[in-house]
Design a protein around this ligand. Structure first.
Ligand SMILES: [Zn+2]
Length: 496
């Protein structure tokens, strides 16, 4: 039975602090259950609330102490940057943990450190993380999930039929709720189709919240939305909400049965599972700058997934082509692999990473100088107490007391100095070589071949920051590499 330790940390600059620690813990527990069932034991939850730039992290110290005592087997974190934002520091820590037989696992990142390639990947992602400041989104999302679990409204469009009160809670909008009930009744009991429902509503002069006519897809989406039976859906998981339902469970279930019968559900869902495509979130239309999302359709009896401009899809207000999703994704993955294999390119990336790390050096030097100066002052004070004692102006007892205090202070300063010096040493990356890059490509491929979609997506989004579609054949990709902007933008031709 694996003994698992959790390590959580939040920095003081995070917005959703209140949620974050609890949210992290919930997720860690859920991950263990999915991995080990009931066959695991929680050794301890280590936590720090200090920001990553502070040296002093008691939770981390304690964790390393327990690791050395071989008190647990797996260290589970929400993200590896919880442990350290500094690449080298992280790599050293992983080495140390490995020595003590501890495997590091991250629940949001697609690797563990039980194999060499996993460690390499970690280091590589660490390099990218150094340059990434866009982590706020992720953190906010954790907070949102927590909110969903407690039944609170998580933001986004307020569902038709509801409005928000002053405390941002969902309350029923009576007029709209009437229409919602009508839809469910017509569909589930009247056996009327979604298009017929739209026509009837539109003919009766009823409009949606934007003042537009009702559309079939919107209606289908609403019929599937569990918010109407008092639930909150967050990332495909339903939670009990704390708002009032608009329709009864029975009516809702009935509607769902009819949906299943007619396969309306399937047709509708193709357009609403955009999140599950690898590039959604980073892919944008180069013509109108709107987001593109994943969809699909049947062609010669085969399901063809593609990305579509949301403006084109919603309002027909853009002429952007549909882009074949699998082709685009595999083109980008091929390109990333080619980059990893390009030794010269990676050497330049590494050099730039080293240079950026190097910019931290002066700060560390300054800190070291400050600590040294303070230590000198403390030594001078000790000297003065001894002089006073010798001159007979200070009693032995008091002198001892004062000197003991100052010695304690001096020791603390010396520890701090040693830490800083160690930090200075870590501000350099190890040499990058062919073997390391080969291992990296292997690991990248392994993750993309075997990982579940959310993990693949996570990995890819660490590397790909923006995909701009100019037309069906011309795509611009922005990678999260430190010196990517020094080179030409990545234009590429897509296969037909
Ligand atoms: Zn567009």
């Amino acid at each position: 039975m694996p003994r698992v330790a959790f390590y959580t940390r939040i920095s003081t600059d995070e917005d959703h602090q209140k949620f974050s620690l609890d949210a992290q813990k919930d997720r860690l527990e859920a991950f263990c259950k999915s991995q080990y069932g009931d066959d695991w034991a929680l050794h301890k939850l280590f936590r720090d609330t200090e920001s990553g730039t502070h040296m002093n992290r008691p939770g981390l110290e304690e964790m390393l102490f327990d690791a050395e005592a071989r008190a647990f087997d797996v260290l589970l974190v929400f993200r590896v940057d919880r442990l350290s934002r500094k690449v080298r520091e992280l790599a050293l820590m992983v080495d140390e943990l490995t020595k003590f037989g501890v495997t590091l696992k991250s629940i949001t990142e697609p690797f563990d450190t039980s194999n060499a390639a996993g460690k390499m990947m970690l280091q590589m992602l660490g390099v990218f993380a150094e340059f990434e400041h866009a982590t706020i989104v992720e953190r906010t999302r954790v907070g949102l999930e927590r909110k969903a679990k407690t039944g609170s409204y998580v933001g986004g469009n307020v569902p038709y039929g509801y409005r928000l009160d002053d405390d941002k809670r969902l309350v029923i909008h009576e007029e709209e709720a009437l229409i919602v009930r009508k839809m469910f009744t017509m569909y589930a009991l009247g056996r009327e189709g979604a298009s017929t429902i739209c026509n009837k509503l539109n003919d009766a002069g009823l409009r949606n919240r934007n003042g537009r006519k009702w559309g079939r897809r919107v209606v289908l989406y609403m019929l599937k939305n569990p918010v109407y039976v008092g639930k909150i859906r967050w990332r495909e998981v339903e939670y009990q909400g704390n708002h009032d339902p608009i329709v009864s469970d029975v009516l809702f279930e009935k509607a769902r049965e009819v949906l299943d019968d007619r396969h309306d559900d399937l047709k509708g869902r193709q357009w609403h599972n955009g999140d599950e495509r690898l590039l959604s979130g980073v892919i944008k239309c180069g013509l109108c700058n709107a987001h593109m999302f994943g969809g699909g359709g049947q062609k010669n009896g085969r399901y063809i997934p593609y990305y579509v401009c949301s403006k084109r899809f919603n309002d027909h207000a853009c002429k952007q082509d549909y882009v074949r999703a699998e082709l685009l994704e595999s083109a980008i993955i091929q390109d990333i692999k080619a980059m990893f294999r390009d030794e010269e390119f990676m050497a330049r990336v590494w050099e730039e990473a080293n240079r950026k790390l190097g910019t931290e050096k002066p700060d560390v030097e300054k800190e070291i100088a400050r600590v040294e100066a303070e230590a000198a002052k403390v030594r001078a004070s000790i000297e003065r107490y001894f002089e006073a004692f010798e001159a007979g102006t200070l009693k032995a007892e008091l002198c001892n007391q004062k000197v003991a205090d100052l010695h304690g202070r001096l020791e603390a300063l010396e520890t701090e100095k040693r830490d800083l010096e160690a930090r200075r040493e870590r501000l350099e990356l190890p040499a990058i070589d062919r073997e390391m890059l080969a291992a990296l490509v292997d690991n990248f491929e392994e993750v993309l071949a075997a990982g579940p979609v959310p993990q693949k997506k996570h990995l890819l989004h660490r590397l790909v920051k923006k995909v701009l579609i100019h037309d069906r054949r011309t795509v611009e990709v922005w990678y999260a590499l430190p010196n990517a902007r020094r080179f030409e933008d990545w234009h590429k031709k897509l296969p037909e």
